[in-house]
Design a protein around this ligand. Structure first.
Ligand SMILES: Nc1ncnc2c1ncn2[C@@H]1O[C@H](COP(=O)(O)OP(=O)(O)OP(=O)(O)O)[C@@H](O)[C@H]1O
Length: 257
């Protein structure tokens, strides 16, 4: 019996991005399978953040298109793309510094995906209880429970990143984009985050992860694409990428870990 073809949830097709005379992305063809963790790696300046910004609508591609679950994202505003089920954890955490940790996690859940706002007080109250319980459970999972009433602006960089991850997860995205999710974390917090991201995977969430830390990449990725000078030079299973001489040449400086 032949295997069913994988469900491609996101497809960046023939994407080119120029900044003036600089070509940051060239002929990108990237397919992300549903339920998988796809890492994008590459040296500094390779175009990883630009690619993520094109996917989430922060940058328009010069040409080409990004399609998410049959919907063309190109031309849509970032909030519309978010409402379709794509969330992103940024390199610099974007949190509400004046709110408590718990309220930060609860806030994104009130922004309904269809943009509607319910005035029915009874459903609003029960919804609020539901959201609070889920936010509390996420904070427990992420080891942030003790800090739930703290002022978010006072958190360490690593804690802000974990907080932002909780803020994404409460939106139940279909696709989670992680831009260096463990940057600024201690090795212990990095390992805790790896374990949590593995658990999210068990819930079937698709993830695209940009990461410099090879320990994180090889702990999490089902598939890896390597960007160098704006082009995808290799795409495959982690072991294939490790063994690929082009990757060792371009990214790992001639010696894979
Ligand atoms: N807004 C911009 N305007 C002009 N050039 C840009 C802009 N954003 C990125 N670039 C350039 O595009 C290229 C790709 O940058 P990008 O930040 O996407 O790389 P990266 O792989 O994410 O790098 P890093 O790992 O250092 O974050 C670089 O040459 C960068 O200088």
């Amino acid at each position: 019996m032949s295997e069913a073809p994988p469900n491609i949830v996101l497809h960046a097709a023939d994407v080119i991005k120029n900044f003036g005379g600089l070509r940051a992305l060239s002929d990108i063809d990237l397919q992300i399978e549903e339920g998988k963790t796809h890492a994008i790696i590459g040296p500094n300046g390779a175009g990883k953040s630009t690619l993520l910004n094109v996917i989430i609508g922060r940058l328009p591609p010069t040409s080409g298109a990004v399609v998410f679950d049959g919907t063309v994202l190109t031309g849509k505003a970032p909030h519309e793309i978010n409402q379709l089920g794509i969330s992103r954890v940024f390199q610099t955490p974007e949190i509400f510094a004046d709110l408590s940790v718990l309220h930060n996690v609860m806030a994104p859940a009130f922004a309904r995906r269809d943009g509607a706002f319910r005035i029915n007080m009874f459903s609003a109250v029960s919804r609020q209880t539901e959201i609070r319980e889920e936010a509390e459970s996420l904070l427990r999972d992420f080891g942030m429970w003790e800090r739930r009433d703290d002022h978010s602006g006072a958190l360490s960089r690593g804690d802000k990143r974990r907080l932002e991850l909780c803020m994404c997860l409460i939106q139940h995205p279909r696709l989670l984009l992680l831009d260096e999710p463990t940057a600024g974390m201690s090795r212990h917090d990095t390992n805790t985050t790896i374990e949590l991201l593995k658990r999210i995977k068990l819930r079937g969430m698709t993830k695209v992860i940009i990461e410099h830390d090879m320990h994180v990449v090889f702990s999490l990725a089902d598939k890896i694409s390597v960007l160098a000078q704006g082009r995808i030079i290799a795409s495959g299973l982690p072991q294939q990428i490790k063994d690929d001489p082009r990757v060792q040449q371009a990214y790992l400086g001639g010696a894979a870990e």
